[in-house]
Design a protein around this ligand. Structure first.
Ligand SMILES: *Cc1c(COP(=O)(O)O)cnc(C)c1O
Length: 413
């Protein structure tokens, strides 16, 4: 292995990472068996379809939620959850500005107002103290995002919700297998949402599931993702508006097989992510700020997100990442390029053909051009993400840590 003092690969030196990521077959015999069984079915419709039923049974092994709606994406699951709350137009939903668009799409389509609260500088999840500061009389819900696989501070967030009579939706898209104080994320709030998109721990290409144990929302949950048709009674007299977000049997077949593997997939993410973090803790590189994980919790390491203190390096974050990638490491700058409220969509309030009917109607005075979440802004300019995959070998993980040390020492002030 090259010494830390050898020239950067970027400058023609030997690469710190010589191990490659072996080809990874995420889908195989188990998925094929389900798909083969599926093509003999008389129907590929989701409602009581055998693959969808199998998906539900597998899901409930980890997430015992009485009412569930398997759907077409994580974004769909979140839209269904938000719609099921039936909040009056203009109600505010507090969420993180460091998340996927999927978190806010449903909020906006339901004519509600996403209110962005700042994040904790070391967990990158919602800071309960800032959530509290952003509460107004119009606040009706909190959408908690468990980022990267690290559980949010659910005790504090649920206490705020109880105090202010708010609903809580958990966005668990990045946190399959994560647990807060030993209990899987998704089992704390009123509704829980998960994604099966290409990049998540378990995948059917696309897909999602939303679930609840709350009898106020459960019985109508499937209607909110199925045109508001009532599949239980067969009634077709929608009393309100809902999109069609149904999953299909082919997606459900793959997702069901994936969920059988969930414990093994999560175990691999946790083992490799913890190994990487352990190396970085031992290296204690000045200026490399590691993510904070409560020892009572389980981080399921969808990726490992760390920060570089700008004053400690003679290079920019992007130059650091370029050097790291040149070493052969799997790494990327930041997570999303800027906090969600800084996206053109929000800056221009361009939600519906260049307008925001809520504002036009006087139901909100929100101006996203004035929103500031300083911790989120800083984190996104300083962050480096290291993706974790079950395909990675211990050697690759070890060399990734060495590469980080090599680059950090090279650029140290
Ligand atoms: C991936 C993701 C979503 C959206 O999931 P899709 O299945 O891509 O629609 C929502 N929230 C978070 C935090 C995500 O990472």
């Amino acid at each position: 292995m090259p010494q830390a003092s050898s020239p950067l690969a970027l400058h023609g030196g030997p690469k710190a990472v010589t191990a490659t990521k072996p080809a990874h077959h995420r889908w195989g015999a188990a998925e094929l068996a389900r798909l083969t069984a599926m093509v003999d079915q008389p129907s590929l419709f989701y409602w009581k379809g055998p693959q969808t039923e199998a998906l539900l049974a597998e899901f409930r092994r980890t997430y015992p939620l009485q009412w569930c709606m398997p759907c077409s994406s994580g974004s769909a699951s979140l839209h269904i959850a938000v719609a099921a709350l039936q909040l009056p137009p203009g109600s505010e939903v507090i969420t993180s500005p460091v998340t996927d668009m999927g978190s806010v799409i449903g909020i906006l389509y339901q004519q509600l107002v996403p209110v962005f609260a700042d994040i904790h500088p070391h967990t990158y999840n919602l800071d309960p103290a800032d959530v509290r500061r952003r509460i107004t009389p119009k606040t009706k819900a909190i959408m908690v995002v468990h980022l990267a696989g690290n559980p949010s501070e659910m005790d504090a967030l649920m206490a705020i919700a109880r105090e202010h009579n708010l609903f809580v939706i958990e966005d668990c898209a990045q946190s399959w297998g994560a647990a807060y104080r030993g209990k899987p994320v998704g089992l704390f709030g009123h509704l829980a949402c998960y994604s099966f998109n290409e990049y998540k721990h378990v995948s059917s290409g696309d897909g999602g599931i939303v679930g609840t144990n709350d009898a106020r929302f459960g019985p109508t949950l499937s209607k909110w993702g199925d045109k508001h048709y009532d599949r239980v009674t067969g009634g077709r007299n929608p009393e309100t508006l809902s999109p069609n977000y149904r999953i299909s049997e082919p997606q459900a077949a793959v997702a069901a097989a994936q969920l059988v593997k969930l414990p093994d997939i999560i175990a691999a993410h946790i083992r490799l992510g913890s190994r990487l973090l352990h190396h970085l803790q031992e290296l204690a590189l000045p200026g490399v700020v590691l993510p904070q994980i409560d020892p009572r919790d389980t981080h399921s390491f969808w990726f490992c997100l760390l920060r570089l203190e700008p004053t400690r390096f003679r290079c920019t974050r992007d130059e650091f990442v370029t050097a790291l990638v040149a070493e052969g490491a799997h790494a990327a700058a930041g997570y999303i390029p800027k906090p969600m409220y800084a996206y053109a969509l929000f800056q221009n309030h361009n939600f519906f053909a260049g307008r925001w009917p809520l504002r036009d109607a006087g139901l909100t005075t929100m101006d996203y051009r004035t929103v500031k979440c300083p911790v989120a802004e800083t984190m996104l300019t300083e962050g480096v993400s290291l993706p974790i995959s079950p395909a990675m070998t211990d050697e690759l993980i070890d060399q990734t840590a060495s590469a980080l040390a090599k680059v950090a020492r090279h650029f140290a002030v």
